[in-house]
Design a protein around this ligand. Structure first.
Ligand SMILES: Cc1cc2nc3c(=O)[nH]c(=O)nc-3n(C[C@H](O)[C@H](O)[C@H](O)COP(=O)(O)OP(=O)(O)OC[C@H]3O[C@@H](n4cnc5c(N)ncnc54)[C@H](O)[C@@H]3O)c2cc1C
Length: 364
């Protein structure tokens, strides 16, 4: 009797969505397929708790997601070899070592990294950032570039870190924003964030478009300069550049366009989720929350494609709950047009939500 070979599902990248898909697979009957997860590193770091860690409020071990036990519980094979492209005609994933992995369905969950200034330290990949942060002497003039949620949290966290670790240095921290601080947030959240930055002693330069750093001086597009002996970039991210070689429709930000089933409209074998994907049903900013919400949809889509069931059609939620760590044991909360809140209880709430997420990914 001859056996039909099982279809091959390859998950590329250890983002939030794939981690949750693995956790779901560990708790239910397996997919009717051989599933492989390809990672660039065996460990991933959770960005939601990075500011709390940098500020000294959360242990490093609390941030890590260890894929080996998670994949073992899910019955998924793991390959550690950074992916550098796909050969869509031959249905092969191409890895940095020269190895290839065949697929029938492939899902990309690759995240994004800030567009960095030459010489500056980007917050992603988080593992590399933490390694360099450990070696960094407390600076005199710190510039954090990026006026979004991550920039605000990291400016506060780094300022609290350096003033606590080396109070004698008197680190001056500036948050540099091209357009403004939290330009897409409600006026109430923006006001509270600006007040929090001012009370902490972080000054804001906006609009200020940083274009060049000499090691001592940061220069703006319009020629203005400030002293900066350390620059950390937290700007909007871009997914890995090789997505541009796939011959599939991308947004201007380099994200792969996907339909409500999370597959590319131009190639139903290629799925994409999280920061590296742009859902066509509703354009959404890059945020971990959307990567989390995509997990059950991706699992339903893969199952449907393998079994011939109807494909789901997902439209991401229009509004997000924003929780921003202040780095001093408090956090800010904002939702739609409601008045923003600040307090220690908001930080405890954020911590509880983040820890619950991470606990769901921990397997013995
Ligand atoms: C400081 C900071 C705080 C943030 N806080 C929040 C928050 O509180 N809430 C929120 O919603 N969002 C937050 N974000 C945004 C959030 O980090 C991203 O939106 C989220 O991580 C995207 O998740 P993802 O699943 O797309 O990918 P990620 O979680 O970034 O994971 C992508 C994975 O793919 C791997 N990978 C990349 N390239 C390859 C390759 N070529 N081959 C193999 N593997 C690869 C990477 O190593 C990584 O493990 C924050 C961002 C920052 C910088």
């Amino acid at each position: 009797m001859s056996h039909q070979p099982q279809p091959r599902v390859v998950l590329v990248g250890g983002g939030h969505t794939h981690a949750l898909v693995l956790a779901a697979l560990a708790a239910r009957p397996p997919l009717p397929a051989a599933v492989t997860l390809i990672l660039d590193q065996p460990m991933a770091y959770y960005s939601g708790l990075l500011p709390g860690h940098v500020a000294g409020l959360v242990e490093r071990t609390a941030l890590t997601i260890d894929f080996a036990p998670l994949a073992a519980a899910a019955g998924v094979q793991v390959v550690i070899d950074p992916v550098i492209g796909l050969d869509r005609a031959a249905r092969l994933v191409r890895c940095a070592s020269g190895a290839t992995v065949g697929y029938d369905l492939v899902s990309l969950n690759l995240g994004s990294a800030p567009i960095s200034l030459p010489g500056a330290l980007g917050v992603k990949p988080i593992g590399d950032f933490l390694q360099q942060l450990d070696q960094l002497p407390p600076p005199q003039d710190l510039a954090v570039v990026g006026g979004g949620a991550a920039g605000v949290e990291m400016a506060l966290a780094l300022h609290h870190r350096f003033t606590r670790l080396a109070p004698g240095v008197g680190t001056r921290t500036r948050l540099i924003a091209r357009e403004g601080v939290l330009p897409t947030a409600s006026a109430s959240l923006r006001r509270l964030a600006l007040r929090t930055l001012a009370e902490a002693g972080v000054s804001v330069l906006a609009p200020w478009a940083a274009v060049d750093w000499t090691g001592q001086t940061l220069r703006a597009e319009d020629g203005r300069t400030i002293a900066a002996d350390c620059v950390i970039t937290c700007t909007g991210g871009r997914p890995p550049g090789w997505l541009g070689d796939l011959g599939l429709p991308l947004t201007a930000a380099g994200r792969l366009m996907v339909g409500g089933d999370l597959a590319s409209p131009a190639d139903p074998a290629v799925f994409a989720v999280g920061d590296c994907a742009a859902p066509l049903n509703r354009p959404v900013p890059m945020a971990g929350v959307y990567a989390v919400r995509a997990a059950p949809v991706l699992l339903r889509s893969l199952t449907a494609r393998l079994t011939g069931a109807a494909m789901p059609s997902w439209t991401p939620q229009p509004r997000l709950l924003t929780l921003l760590a202040c780095g001093d044991g408090r956090a800010l909360a904002g939702y739609g047009g409601l008045p923003a809140l600040r307090g220690r209880w908001v930080w405890r709430w954020k911590l509880w939500l983040d820890q619950r997420f991470l606990r769901s990914l921990r397997f013995p």
